[in-house]
Every structure is written in structure tokens, then in C-alpha cells.
Write a protein that binds this ligand. Structure first.
Ligand code: IPM
Ligand code: MG
Length: 389
């Protein structure tokens, strides 16, 4: 069962950037280390990153793969050290790496800063700076966790969804944005939700290709009953669908999709959606597996290093207590090995170890219930290190 769950994660998602393939094969000949930029960020970020790096290094050693880690600052940690949530040095280190592994950013301490100086801007700047436009967020419910969800077992068991979220456009980046005054002299805040045809087309192609490798069902989520930006989105997706006749395409309004994700999540195979709808749906989907601490993500660009990060945030309320769940971080490292570094065997080791740890009943606090064994973040790391060796 455990292996079935991990093999579902494997190979069903669209392949990573093509350019990586030739570099990876050269690497096999000269055995050069894979250069990974490490961005631990804030809150629980450094704790879960420490565990993920131990596990990744051990799994790599077992497969003859070496890593060269370069640490860099982002988010609140970067604000404290440099005054900037994304120092130029950090972006340069990331651009010069094969891949970027990021934990989480943000915290109460920086919540009152003006929007453009907040830790989140560092993350958004990094995504934009690396043109990481395709955010793949798998929401898989391992059979061992079907009872951890607030939803009934029969609803969540067997769920295997891939959310493909557009990551560098839409309302997160649209201009104009800002604050102003309306005709009545009242203060206003405004943003712009905008997509161009090429932006929709490129994310739609990633989603169709992913669907081709899975159950061949794609659901495009938007709000075309109200928004022009969504009408254009839907038109482009329908046009692109002609190139993928083997994929069954459906369309859903975001409000209905949010409901169906709870009512009948097994309806979904691949979901493609814009930046803000994808943000919301992926947090919702995490509850199918019972904890936000289980969901990894990959943000890929097609021609540069990808960013691999858990879907969850920096959880400042539990930071420094060694109780965070490091599994989404470890699974993000696995996605990095599969997509960017072309190390499928290392990825297999990491995913299989996570499954085995769950099979053996080890749970961090977020997932613990009667009959399972409570472990700390670092203890989960110890368990995984043994399992991947
Ligand atoms: C996510 C996060 C980010 C987002 C925040 C931290 C900027 O919620 O990756 O889902 O909104 O994209
Ligand atoms: Mg989010």
C-alpha cells in the first residue's frame, strides 16, 4: 500500500525542464555535485530544512549523488539582516544554482511592515525573478492518513489530485495596484487581475501534458460568469485543448470547485487555475490529507532552476519547539530530485521513506492520534535518515 501511494506520486506529473536532461547525463560522467540554493526562511523553516537536508544528503549518498548547498537569506530573515526581503545576492545565488529548495517565509514580527517590504514580497520576487510560472501542487491522501482528515474516510481515501497553479501572473502581479482615493474622497485599495493569452496558453499546456501522464482528466477552474479575465482564460484553455484530444476537459467556477473539493474530491485528476484561486484551493486540498504539513510543491520555469517548497507557511506559533512536520519539506526535496536534478532514484528513496515512516505509525503533532507514535521534528528526521540509507 505504502509503495502504491508513492508510485502514484511518481511519474504522473509532467516532466521537468528539458534542458536539465543533458546536464544530468554529463553529470553522470563527471560526477559533479548538484548545486542547490538553500533558503530556510523564517519560523519553522530552518527546523524543517535541517531535517530535509540530512535526509536528502543520506539518500543522495546511497545513490552516488552529491549536492553542493549554498545558503541564502529570504523573507523576514533577509529583512532583519539586510532590510530587503529578497537581497540581490540571494537571487544571484538562485540563478547560478541547478535548483532552489525553500522552506517558508513570514511571521508576526514583520506583519505590520508596508506591503512592499514584507517577507511575502521576497517569495513573490523570487518566483518572478526565476520565471517559475508553473506551480505543481499534488494533493495525495496516503492510505495511512485517510483517518486523519476532518472529512470521512470514504470521501478522501484514494484522492490523487494535481493542482497546476499559474504562479507569476494574475492578481498577485497585475498593474495597476495600490492605494488611492475615490470620487467621494474615501481611501481605496485596488489590484488588477490580468492574464494575457500566452500566459494562459503556457500554463494550460503544462496542465494538459500532466493530465496525459495521469488519468487524462483536466478541470479548468475560473469565474467566467463574472470576470473578463476568466472568460479569456476559458477561451484559451478550450483552444489549447484541441492539441490534446485524449484529455477530457471540464470547466468549473471557483466557488463550485471549492465546494466539490470537499463533496467529491475524487472527481478531480488535474486542476488548472490562476494564481489566487490556486493559492486558496491548494490550502483547502491539504485538509484532504489531514495536515498542511504533508503537501510539497514544485514551481518550474522551463528554462532555469525551479523552486521547491512546501505548500504550508512558516507557522510562527510553533517555531523553535521542534514539533513541526518536516514531511512536506522532504517531499519537496523529492520533487526537486525528480524534476530539476533528474535523480529519480533519490526521489524514490525519499518518497518511500516517508511512506514507510507513516506505515510504521510515526506522526508529528499535527497528525498524531490515539494508536500512533508521537515524534518531534528532529526525531522524524532521525527515522527518515535510517530509512533512506
Ligand atoms: C503559498 C503562500 C504564498 C502565496 C504567500 C506566502 C505569498 O500562501 O505559496 O501558497 O500566496 O503564494
Ligand atoms: Mg498559500
Amino acid at each position: 500500500m505504502a509503495l502504491a501511494a508513492s508510485s502514484r506520486l511518481r511519474g504522473r506529473i509532467a516532466g521537468g525542464p528539458r534542458r536539465q536532461a543533458s546536464r544530468a547525463s554529463t553529470c553522470r560522467v563527471v560526477c559533479k555535485a548538484h548545486k542547490v540554493a538553500i533558503l530556510p526562511g523564517d519560523g519553522i523553516g530552518p527546523e524543517i530544512m535541517d531535517q530535509a537536508l540530512r535526509v536528502l544528503t543520506t539518500a543522495g549518498k546511497a545513490e552516488g549523488a552529491e549536492f553542493e548547498f549554498t545558503r541564502a537569506l529570504v523573507g523576514g530573515a533577509a529583512i532583519d539582516a539586510t532590510g530587503n526581503p529578497l537581497p540581490k545576492e540571494t537571487l544571484d545565488i538562485c540563478k547560478a544554482s541547478d535548483s532552489v529548495l525553500l522552506a517558508a517565509i513570514g511571521g508576526y514580527k514583520w506583519d505590520t511592515l508596508p506591503a512592499e517590504q514584507r517577507p511575502e514580497r521576497g517569495l513573490l520576487g523570487l518566483r518572478a525573478g526565476l520565471n517559475a510560472f508553473a506551480n505543481l501542487r499534488p494533493a495525495i491522501v496516503p492510505p495511512q492518513l485517510a483517518d486523519s482528515s476532518p472529512l470521512k474516510r470514504e470521501i478522501v481515501e484514494g484522492v490523487d489530485i494535481l493542482i497546476v497553479r499559474e504562479l507569476v501572473g494574475g492578481i498577485y502581479f497585475g498593474q495597476p495596484r495600490g492605494f488611492g482615493t475615490n470620487d467621494k474622497g474615501e481611501r481605496i485599495g485596488f489590484n488588477t487581475d490580468v492574464y494575457s493569452e500566452p500566459e494562459v496558453e503556457r500554463i494550460a499546456r503544462v496542465a494538459f501534458e500532466a493530465a496525459q501522464k495521469r488519468q487524462k482528466r483536466l478541470c479548468s477552474v475560473e469565474k467566467s460568469n463574472v470576470l473578463e479575465v476568466s472568460q479569456l482564460w476559458k477561451e484559451v484553455v478550450i483552444r489549447v485543448a484541441k492539441d490534446y484530444p485524449d484529455v477530457e476537459l471540464s470547466h468549473m467556477y471557483i466557488d463550485n470547485a471549492a465546494m466539490q473539493l470537499l463533496r467529491n474530491p475524487k472527481f478531480f485528476d488535474v486542476v488548472v487555475t490562476g494564481n489566487i484561486f490556486g493559492d486558496i484551493l491548494s490550502d483547502e486540498a491539504s485538509m484532504l490529507a489531514g495536515s498542511l504539513g504533508m503537501l510539497p510543491s514544485a514551481s518550474i520555469s522551463g528554462d532555469g532552476p525551479g523552486i521547491f517548497e512546501p505548500v504550508h507557511g512558516s507557522a510562527p506559533d510553533i517555531a523553535g519547539q521542534d514539533i513541526a512536520n518536516p514531511l512536506a519539506m522532504v517531499l519537496s526535496a523529492a520533487m526537486m530530485c525528480r524534476y530539476d536534478l533528474k535523480l529519480p532514484k533519490v526521489a524514490d528513496r525519499l518518497e518511500t521513506a516517508v511512506n514507510s515512516a507513516l506505515d510504521q505509525g510515526w506522526r508529528t503533532k499535527d497528525l498524531w492520534k490515539e494508536g500512533t507514535n508521537l515524534v518531534k521534528c528532529s526525531e522524524m528526521g532521525d527515522i527518515l535518515v535510517k530509512l533512506v540509507a
